[in-house]
Design a binder for this molecule. Structure first.
Ligand code: FES
Ligand code: FES
Length: 178
């Protein structure tokens, strides 16, 4: 723990993100979204509204989707965090494009044009990844309900729903591999 001249206290935190341990020092009020982006350099997590409405900042905490703008970094200690950077698929079962190995949800969004500007996309990808764990064969209606907490300013929802169903198909083709 360190105290700045401003009187603000910095706390040592150890975070497990995408299977890697990071050590950093943050004020108690540092949001997890800001710590991921600014302390850890994981800028794939986007910040839109910063008050829990848009879903752009969604990450997985122990596999469950969470708004990282509504959580403090110090609260994330002891939990496994997965960001959009951690959704790339495992070697040997993925398509390689431009040097990146795409996970099924990423590949489906690419195939179905599930994004336009891409600002909302990290939040959709993490949300959909968690959803498909519990719903491996969703109907379009279920897919629509699953993404109802995420906002897309480009209003590309039709293709996002198609992407969710296509991602489920790809996961089944790959034998359930994420
Ligand atoms: S930035 Fe977190 S919900 Fe919008
Ligand atoms: S693709 Fe632009 S905000 Fe969703």
């Amino acid at each position: 723990m360190t105290e700045l001249t401003s009187g603000e206290v910095l706390h040592d935190v150890r975070l497990q993100v995408n299977g890697t341990w990071y050590e950093t020092r943050v004020p108690a009020r540092r949001l997890l979204s800001d710590a991921l982006r600014h302390e850890l350099g994981l800028t794939g997590t986007h910040v839109g509204c910063e008050h829990g409405v848009c879903g752009a900042c969604t990450v997985l905490v122990d596999g469950a989707p969470m708004r990282s703008c509504l959580m403090f970094a110090v609260q994330a200690q002891g939990h496994e965090i997965t960001t959009v950077e951690g959704l790339a698929a495992r070697p040997g079962v993925t398509e390689v494009r431009g040097g990146y190995e795409l996970g099924p949800v990423q590949q489906a969004f690419m195939e179905c044009h599930g994004l336009q500007c891409g600002f909302c996309t990290p939040g959709f990808l993490t949300t959909v990844t968690a959803f498909l764990e519990d719903h491996p064969d969703p109907t379009p209606e279920e897919a629509r309900e699953a993404i109802s907490g995420n906002l897309c300013r480009c209003t590309g929802y039709q293709n996002i729903v198609k992407s969710v169903c296509r991602a489920a198909e790809i996961m089944r083709e790959r034998g359930g591999t994420r």
